[in-house]
Design a protein around this ligand. Sequence first.
Ligand SMILES: [Zn+2]
Length: 335
Amino acid sequence: MKNDFMFGIYCDGTDIQRKDTIKRMHEVGIEWIRTQIPGFPFKDPEKLEFTDNFLAFTKMIENLRANGFQILLITFFPSQVPESFGTSGSSRYYQNCENICRFLAQYFEKDVQYWKIANEMNLKMFRKPLTIDEAIRYLKVCGKGIKKGNPSAKICVNMADFDETALYMYKKLYCGKKVIFDYVGSNGYFGSWHPGGPHSWDTALEKLHKLTKKPIVIQEWGYSSKGDVMTEDERSTGVYPCKLKKWWYKWKDGHSEKEQAEYIVEAMNVFLSKQYVIGAFYFMWSDRERCWQCGLPDCPIETGWGLTDTKGNPKPSYYAYQSVIQSFKQVRGTF
Ligand SMILES: [Zn+2]
């Protein structure tokens, strides 16, 4: 029986600025927020002057902390490091990445103890312009920087799903003698981006734990409540979901608010049944007006993950997550 768990959500400034969001997150029982530094924090390498986005972000973190939330913070991505900090892949580049991470860990020392370095670096779109092996070095130097800035910080990396590159990178970062990471992150969208459903998490988590022997925090998981599914013929062409505005995969009867709510309960039960899973961050708080990948408002791909709709009103998924958290806390309260 677990007596603690990081009940988390991914959100950004758009969510937090909306009236009632904080109150509603408390209502659901969410205690942890996973969010991301908005790009590279500095305008100028010489003066180390903060960008306006970074200053606004700092205020958001202070606000969340003042409202009782714990924070898991995501560092900047390789493509966000300005050329003036060193040509990507050069020694100067890695040294600067380490230094900036050391600075960030010190800067947020009071408010942030859990860090994740970059995101899903097994995917080209997130590791660009680095190669796979350069990305491994990047993850290590950034992790080292965070530890130098705040020795008690807990650090991890996460991959998208468990493809060949993901496993190669997990092995390089978590197996061997000099592992610097304290826990391991995992992302998966079984039934949307990948075949399967909530129970596919069972095998995936067992495999990851066996490989890394570290506590796992699910960094991203979810099920979209919108969108039709491609036919076999359509999927076999390899066409990207945004192009047809249809999913590659579905779970049960498809992508609907009802299935989304059921998915949340079933997946959370898998996470809570495993001692080594110490937290999970649902992706994401609210539906979006536009798909961030293709920019279209009528594309279901990145617009239907939310626990609330685009106006902040609860969907069935909101109540599903709330019921799982409340049951856990009631049982915990009896011990
Ligand atoms: Zn799209």
